[in-house]
Design a protein. Structure first.
Ligand SMILES: NC(=O)C1=CN([C@@H]2O[C@H](COP(=O)(O)OP(=O)(O)OC[C@H]3O[C@@H](n4cnc5c(N)ncnc54)[C@H](O)[C@@H]3O)[C@@H](O)[C@H]2O)C=CC1
Ligand SMILES: CC(=O)C(=O)O
Ligand SMILES: [Mg+2]
Length: 374
């Protein structure tokens, strides 16, 4: 198969879809890989390293999309990329469709086949291609939160760990999945007083067993959220209903209950955000303030630490990319149930229920495609 790896063009998106090691594996399986010039530079990979691994370099993004049967990238295509996508082209990347009707309709209109990293789902309901980036973003949420709590950056001016004789900051984590667990671990390590809320009793039990003594767990509901926000200094949003719009757990009126300088980090922004006042921001301009509450809602947090993130992402995506390239998407998905869950849009049809629900679009049975092998 002819594979294309474009350079990411989203603001401060410094990751790349395939590393030179990944190129070498794909080439070894008999595929041809075209990498856009300087696509890996921000992640520490020079063009020469890709050439050494067997890639061919193309100077422009247009040529990459024009040449490739399958595109492997990191973030969802943004407006300037829409017209580059060809009918029947296979796109393997994050899409987060439920947060953008414009993107959903653009991919429907393109006639392409969209396999979303974030909805590939193992039988235990874990999301293997989202997990490493959630680990990065969860850890980063505390780093960013601690920074924006500083007074010159308009935060409350409190140190997460406090000092001897002065109480630490309170950190509230909504959702105890991958993001929430990593956030809680980091905040606890810095000495904060941490509370994790989740709706899964099984998850709460697990967290209670593994977390240190300065982390408490509570069942998530509006009552508990309203109680905690009054005294929390940093609130991290990490809830997820796979493929769907995030539930709005903190509503606009609740901001008035918070103390001035409270910091909200909405990691769930890529699925629409779990705070009503969330709107996506960029690494260039990451925060805004409403009712004296600082909002941080960067939709591609791992893009700021590409040395860590590109390796972590491609470690997990490559085995699936190889299957897609070796067998073609129909056979690969027919033979691999977790990968089949990644199919979101096929040749103009939405095949993932939560996306059809989000925008009231007709849903086509994915098996209508994968059971008919050419
Ligand atoms: N902004 C960014 O750069 C990044 C964003 N993300 C996003 O972070 C979000 C979380 O991802 P993961 O932690 O991997 O998901 P996950 O599936 O591991 O965890 C989600 C947790 O939310 C819980 N939950 C669901 N409804 C809830 C409610 N009403 N109250 C409390 N908890 C609730 C679930 O029980 C689950 O434990 C996703 O939207 C993901 O796309 C992930 C990586 C980077
Ligand atoms: C998951 C996601 O949105 C990211 O890694 O940017
Ligand atoms: Mg207020």
């Amino acid at each position: 198969m002819i594979i294309g790896v474009p350079k990411e063009i989203k603001n401060n998106e410094n990751r790349v879809g395939v590393t030179p090691a990944g190129v070498m594996e794909l080439v070894r399986h008999g595929h041809t890989v075209f990498v856009q010039q300087s696509a890996g530079l921000q992640s520490g990979f020079e063009d020469d390293e890709y050439i050494g691994a067997g890639a061919k370099i193309l100077p422009t993004i247009e040529e990459v999309y024009q040449t490739a049967e399958m595109i492997i990238k990191v973030k969802e295509p943004i407006a300037p990329e829409y017209s580059l996508i060809k009918k029947d082209q296979l796109l393997f990347t994050y899409f987060h469709f439920a947060s953008s009707e414009v993107l959903t309709r653009a991919m429907i209109d393109s006639g392409s086949v969209c396999v979303s990293y974030e909805t590939v789902e193992d039988p235990d309901r874990s999301l293997p291609l989202l997990t490493p980036m959630s680990e990065v973003a969860g850890r980063m949420s505390i780093q960013q939160g601690a920074k924006y709590l500083e007074k010159p950056l308009k935060g409350r001016g409190i140190l997460l760990g406090g000092v001897p004789g002065v109480a630490p900051a309170k950190v509230l984590v909504l959702g105890g999945g991958v993001v929430g667990t990593q956030a809680a671990k980091m905040a606890a390590g810095m000495g904060a007083d941490v509370t994790i809320l989740d709706i899964s009793p099984k998850r709460l039990k697990y967290l209670d067993d593994v977390m240190p003594a300065n982390v408490n767990t509570e069942y998530s509901n509006e009552y508990t959220i309203r109680k905690h926000i009054k005294t929390s200094d940093l609130i991290v949003g990490g809830v997820l209903i796979p493929g769907a719009k995030a539930p709005k757990l903190i509503t606009r009126d609740m901001l008035k209950e918070m103390r001035p300088g409270t910091v909200l980090v909405d990691v769930a922004v890529d699925q629409g955000g779990c705070f009503e006042t969330t709107k996506p921001t960029t690494h260039q301009d990451p925060v805004y303030i409403i009712d004296d509450v600082v909002h941080y809602s960067v939709a591609n947090m791992p893009g700021a630490v590409p040395y860590t993130s590109t390796m972590a992402l491609t470690n997990v995506t490559l085995p699936y990319a190889i299957q897609l390239a070796n067998k073609g998407w129909k056979k690969a998905c027919a033979e691999n149930e977790p990968l089949k869950k990644g199919l979101n849009v096929i040749n103009g049809d939405v095949v993932y229920p939560a996306i059809s629900e989000a925008f009231d679009l007709p849903l086509k049975d994915v098996n209508a495609y994968t059971s008919k092998l050419d």
